[in-house]
Design a protein around this ligand. Structure first.
Ligand code: AMP
Length: 275
């Protein structure tokens, strides 16, 4: 992969890179479509990264429909699909990990210790193997996007990170490979997550700037989801991920909700057209 990527770059071709864990849906496709428009070459990776899963998480259960994924990516006109085996990314002698620093201590990172070390380690390796000029990430995984931007700044990587809006079902549910885990009743209840975000965004637009107030608008709707647990519903600064004293345009309300054993995350940028 790296030899091919270097050959493309030497030939003057820009590479757009879309890292994924497969089980592709319209959200992934939007990233690939954007990359296709902006680069001479597009590489999509499919790699279910063990390092970003905790010991009690869904690594083994994570869907891996490779043939369907391959067909989707081929139809979108990617130049290469990088689908390495785990022991090629993490051979037995593998030793070095990225320390994601304090931004990994908030939100997802607090609940999933080690998750972002795993994400940034594989992202850095995948960047080196695919030599992108631009790399495409979804706003849906907002904290991941913030941490990848920080990685690029801190390590001086010559890569532009392109954030892409969250793609949703018509009923508002953000597309996610994990939606497949929902039973019909959970699936029917899940759009309350995006309704909760919308309600808080409307409250902000109507003048409410107290984080606690906005969070409680969202929580009151999330609590109506039967059998759910709210892991967090927090207004944070878009770059520091700290709780602001007042929400401003650009602050992000991020939520994680467990429906049964399925964790879903979503977020809204306050004061923006829905991203
Ligand atoms: P994953 O396969 O879950 O690791 O996601 C790969 C990339 O797709 C990440 O940059 C995600 O943020 C992005 N992504 C996942 N779901 C969506 C969505 N509903 N809309 C836009 N991007 C998404």
């Amino acid at each position: 992969m790296q030899e091919q990527a270097i050959a493309w770059r030497h030939a003057g071709d820009d590479i757009g890179f879309v890292p994924t864990m497969g089980a592709l849906h319209g959200g992934h496709e939007s990233l690939v479509t954007r990359a296709r428009k902006e680069n001479r070459r597009v590489i999509a990776s499919i790699f279910v990264n063990p390092a970003q899963f905790g010991p009690n998480e869904d690594l083994d259960a994570y869907p891996r429909p490779f043939e369907a994924d391959r067909a989707r990516l081929a139809a979108l006109g990617v130049d290469a699909i990088f689908h390495p085996p785990v022991d090629q990314i993490y051979p037995p002698a593998f030793k070095t990990h990225v320390d994601p620093g304090p931004l990994a201590e908030a939100l997802e990172g607090k609940i999933r210790p080690g998750h972002f070390a795993g994400v940034l380690t594989v992202v850095l390796k995948l960047f080196n193997l695919t030599q992108p000029k631009r790399a495409y990430f979804g706003q849906k995984d907002f904290q991941q996007l913030v941490l990848v931007r920080q990685l690029v700044r801190d390590f001086g990587l010559p890569i532009r990170i392109v954030a892409c809006p969250t793609v949703r079902q018509p009923d508002g549910l953000a597309l996610s490979s994990r939606n497949a885990y929902l039973d019909p009743a959970q699936r029917a209840a899940a759009p309350a997550i995006s309704r909760a975000l919308d309600a808080a965004a409307k409250a902000f637009a109507a003048g409410s700037t107290q984080p606690a107030e906005l969070e409680s608008v969202a929580r009151s709707i999330l609590q109506g989801i039967p059998g759910s647990t709210i892991e967090y519903a927090a207004v944070v600064d878009e770059t520091t991920l700290r709780a602001p004293s007042r929400a401003i345009a650009g602050s992000v309300l991020a939520v994680a909700v467990k429906l049964g054993s399925t964790r879903l995350i979503d977020n809204v940028v306050l004061g923006a057209e829905r991203l």
